[in-house]
Write a protein that binds this ligand. Structure first.
Ligand code: GLU
Ligand code: MG
Length: 637
């Protein structure tokens, strides 16, 4: 999750003293990059996925599943066996926030041909096998978004007690610092977010009210006033960055052919974020309780919210410069393409000086305000050895601010002196249990970018409506019951869509008739006479493409999964997990995930991931057989 510098991390007080320096040089670094590569075009489509994994240990005798805190060693072994030996190794591994997490990507980006879609799942299988082969007996590599008993007593191997006193990173009542990755970036981020904020982070997730759930549901923390005050009735209270950043997700990054194509895709995909997030929902449990939400988003958002009371509007501004309406981890605040401009209806706080400077340097209003908005944030980590940099050839200060703005979409300038092009990253998806599902979601999103560009589709709606959609998307069963603002006529494009806008969009006022509330089923599968549906559009695109039979078969299976999840014929992982728990003999209809329930659930998830259990409610039936007949190399052991 971002820039990994080596060296001696500075305290928050010291980092704060250098904040203006980091911002000033970050902007200089951005300008160097921008001027060097702004005209770059004809880069080809390349893309890649990122899957985050958890290491889980099963104690079959005592019916316990716990997270294993040895991600650093596994990572070291994976890199040693892989990328360090062979630059063409098919997988790449990176650290993640939890010391029980690792992140895997394909060794090389995928290219623009259709047949690449047929290699994604094999690569994900390779990753799963490669990392699994390094684990001990009774340990497994799991792709689950939130560990249901994260923060419960004894949830780690080895066992550590949290230390809720000043001096460490989290000061959490529940989450021991040993569960944070040992690289100093992660604990420094944790401590500095807390110090900048002036108090521990506060996460309150509504509890699911079952038959026997105490009402009101109130937790008391007799030893801790801060927690007692922060914990809301009928909510699951959490107090550490690990409860958010210790969750796993599935991301996709695309290289666009030019900066304007990247800006166009950034905007279009931003509207899709809530829809695909709801479709991928898989995190209903937190700190040993059943919650009333299905997605991790708000939890992570609160877990890294470094805003002071002044910035959050709870006290008059005195020491800080701005009121800031969102956490650093949140949805985007402005569109970047010309077509998006008229839909930018969210108040955008920006660093005025930086904005003016960027304009003076020839950067247009939309890009300037985007960067000046990211740069209202302070750097959260700084390494003593990395304060003075060569702005023409390094970008660490720019990346420092950029990579701690964790938004639904990320617009990524090329690194200095590289042959990488302008990229955008799609970040809202929750990770799925199986490689098949993860491939399906990734391929769906990548194909969507192809049809957006080929058919000049236009999904833009006022950004405030996208924000409303983000809220709906996280609710329990949003995929079945949520209504989302979506553009009615998405086929208006007709002129050169990347650099200009179609005539239909040239009005200055937003026509409220342009969008309406739709279900995810309508958005994805279409509705006669009302909306064409994204899957039918993808299918018609595929009909016009040269695709080999095997690839077509895989893609159709992927799209079938998405289609059935959207219609409700198949469950999301969140729904399936809820049903699993509610039927478990140890469950008392009291919203409590006991050790035994946690164990059974994760063991079943592990069996599904390794194709030892079928789970048709989640995956359907018949998809795999069609795909895997005749494909022996890809089968898992
Ligand atoms: N794990 C985080 C999430 O679930 C993302 C961290 C990253 O940006 O890599 O969204
Ligand atoms: Mg990551």
């Amino acid at each position: 999750m971002g820039l990994l510098s080596q060296g001696s991390p500075l305290s928050w007080e010291e980092t704060k003293r250098h904040a203006d320096h980091v911002r000033r040089h970050g902007i200089l670094q951005f300008l160097h990059i921008y001027h060097a590569v702004k005209e770059r075009h004809k880069d080809v489509l390349k893309w890649g996925d990122e899957v985050e994994y958890m290491l889980v240990s099963f104690d079959h005798q005592n019916k316990k599943a716990r997270v294993v805190l040895n991600g650093e060693e596994i990572l070291e072994a994976l890199q040693e066996k892989g990328e360090r030996k062979n630059p063409n190794h098919p997988t790449l591994w990176r650290p993640e926030y939890g010391s029980y997490m690792i992140e895997g990507t394909p060794g090389q980006p995928y290219g623009g041909t259709m047949s690449e879609f047929n290699t994604v799942e094999d690569n994900m299988r390779k990753r799963r096998q490669e990392a699994s082969s390094l684990l001990k007996e009774n340990e497994a590599l799991c792709t689950i978004t939130s560990f249901p008993r994260l923060g419960c007593p004894g949830f780690t191997v080895p066992d550590y007690q949290p230390t809720p006193v000043e001096g460490g990173a989290s000061k959490s009542l529940f989450f021991p610092d040993e569960a944070i990755n040992k690289h100093p970036r992660f604990s420094t981020l944790t401590r500095n977010i807390r110090h900048r904020r002036g108090e521990k982070v506060v996460i309150n997730v509504p509890i699911f009210k079952d038959k026997n759930t105490p009402f009101p549901f109130i937790e008391t923390f007799p030893q801790d006033d801060e927690a007692t005050q922060a914990a809301q009735p009928n909510h699951i209270y959490m107090d550490a960055m690990g409860f958010g950043m210790g969750n796993c997700c599935l991301q996709v990054t695309f290289q666009a052919c030019s900066i304007s194509e990247a800006r166009y895709l950034y905007d279009q995909l931003a509207t899709i974020c809530p829809i695909v997030m709801a479709l991928s929902a898989s995190s209903p449990f937190y700190r040993g309780y059943v919650s009333d939400i299905d997605c991790r988003w708000g939890v992570i958002s609160a877990s890294v919210d470094d805003r002071t009371r002044e910035e959050r509007g709870l006290e008059p501004l005195k020491n800080n410069s701005y009121r800031i309406s969102k956490s650093r981890y949140d949805s985007i605040d402005s569109y970047l393409s010309k077509c998006g401009e008229k839909y930018n209806d969210i108040d955008l706080t920006k660093d005025k000086e930086i904005y003016e400077r960027l304009l003076k340097e020839g950067i247009d209003h939309l890009l300037a305000q985007h960067i000046a908005h990211l740069f209202i944030r302070d750097p959260l980590t700084l390494f003593e050895e990395k304060i003075h940099l060569d702005d023409a050839n390094e970008s660490d200060h720019f990346e420092n601010i950029q990579s701690t703005n964790w938004q639904t979409m990320r617009f990524k300038p090329p690194p200095p002196n590289s042959d990488i092009g302008w990229r955008v990253e799609f970040r809202p998806m929750e990770v799925q249990l199986t490689d098949f599902e993860n491939s399906a979601y990734v391929v769906f999103v990548v194909l969507l970018t192809r049809v957006i560009l080929s058919y000049k589709l236009d999904f833009l709606i006022p950004l405030s409506k996208v924000d409303e959609n983000m809220k709906v998307a996280q609710k329990r069963d949003a995929v079945l019951h949520g209504l989302f603002y979506f553009r009615k006529d998405i086929c208006k494009g007709g002129t050169a869509v990347v650099d200009g806008c179609s005539t239909a969009q040239n009005g200055t006022e937003t026509d409220t008739e342009e969008f309406t509330l739709m279900s995810i089923d309508t958005i994805i599968n279409g509705k006669e006479g009302a909306f064409p549906g994204l899957i039918p559009i993808l299918n018609s695109y595929l009909e016009n493409m040269e695709v080999d039979v095997d690839t077509r078969c895989s893609i159709l299976n992927y799209l079938k999964l998405i289609k059935k999840r959207a219609s409700g014929e198949l469950m999301t992982a969140a729904r399936w997990m809820r049903e699993f728990v509610s039927k478990h003999p140890d469950y008392k209809q009291d919203s409590v995930i006991t050790d035994e329930i946690n164990y059974s659930l994760l063991w079943e998830c592990n069996k599904i991931a390794n194709e030892l259990s079928e789970c048709p409610e989640l995956l359907g039936s018949g998809f795999k057989k069609a795909k895997y007949s005749g494909n022996k190399t890809g089968s898992s052991s």
